[in-house]
Design a binder for this molecule. Structure first.
Ligand SMILES: [Zn+2]
Length: 320
């Protein structure tokens, strides 16, 4: 998390009387009788927040009408829903920090008094126990758990982790999967280019599908898999550009696609296709595709690491 974003979370935490978890940026703390966690579903976009409380009402869960009535009273609230015992209050996105701070504080106050009046009781979201509950983080999600459920979860995640470690990686199958996946990226490059665009979205599609393809057929996505995947993305971007040219050449010269594809090097050599145009287009394509690929790959690496992290908010050990 960079400093600007971290500062925003710190300010929000101070305004709302909550603490900030330095690892995830989530805000957490006790508000009246409830444990509250406030987080941005996309941690690097701290303008759209959600607040969660785990609480149950003895007779009936929160109704849709109640949620709508609550949201209608507060400008900043876009929804209030209950799923199991998890009550989620979503806030409207605003880049204005001051508005967000004031809105969040007011919305939390309103939520707490609404829950208290409704007779909701703070509880563990897994077993429903109503004693000590701690806000925690597990694989990118925020949970309110009692000590027993938290220990169980830790154990489960450790077991999954061990199983994953044992899983064998089949590199050859992974490469095949990555190649198949990357074809979707190629298709996106070619289709968009034929429509007259180069777009970052091609890079995102290329990266997501290539890594997913590797993981599906290769069994798991290791560092080796990611490196191979990135190499395939770069090669397939070149290939996609060639396919795009071949379509143009085939159309202009009235020849079939395969001949056109093979003939591109020759056309370049004989300067029928201008070198500056060809390479200029290719560089532009790579820039756009890389803008899509880099954050997608970094995101995949991060979420792979985060998947096995479990801790109580505020008690994270250093990044693994
Ligand atoms: Zn529990």
């Amino acid at each position: 998390m960079n400093r600007v974003i971290s500062n925003r979370y710190t300010q929000l935490a101070q305004a709302a009387g909550l603490s900030m978890d330095p690892n995830s940026g989530a805000l957490y703390g006790r508000r009246g009788p409830y444990d509250v966690t406030v987080f941005a579903p996309n941690a690097s976009y701290p303008y759209a927040l959600s607040a969660v409380v785990s609480a149950i009402r003895p007779n009936a869960p929160l109704t849709k009408e109640e949620g709508q009535a609550f949201s209608a009273n507060l400008k900043i609230v876009s929804g209030l829903t209950q799923n199991g015992s998890v009550i989620t209050m979503s806030l409207k996105s605003t880049p204005n920090q001051r508005k967000l701070q004031e809105g969040l504080t007011a919305a939390l106050d309103a939520l707490i008094s609404f829950l208290m009046q409704g007779g909701f009781q703070n509880c563990c979201q897994s077993c429903g126990r109503q004693d000590v509950v701690a806000p925690c983080y597990a694989g990118g999600a925020y949970l309110h758990l009692c000590p027993d459920c938290y220990a169980n979860l830790q154990q489960q995640v450790a077991m999954n982790d061990a199983q994953k470690q044992q899983k064998k990686e089949n590199v050859v199958a992974g490469v095949v999967g990555a190649l198949i996946g990357s074809l979707l990226g190629v298709a996106s490059i070619v289709i968009l280019s034929q429509l007259g665009y180069v777009a970052v979205v091609s890079g995102i599609i290329m990266a997501v599908c290539t890594l997913k393809g590797y993981e599906l057929l290769g069994g798991k996505l290791s560092n080796k898999g990611i490196i191979i995947g990135v190499a395939i993305m770069l090669i397939m971007t070149f290939f996609g550009d060639r396919v795009d040219w071949a379509i143009v050449v085939a159309r202009e010269l009235g020849i079939d696609f395969a001949t056109a594809f093979q003939g591109i090097s020759l056309l370049l050599e004989q300067e029928i296709i201008e070198a500056s145009t060809y390479w200029g287009n290719l560089v532009l394509l790579y820039i756009f595709v890389l803008i899509g690929i880099v954050p997608t790959v970094l995101g995949a690496i991060r979420s792979r690491k985060e998947a096995s992290r479990v801790y109580c908010l505020g008690q994270a050990t250093e990044q693994r």
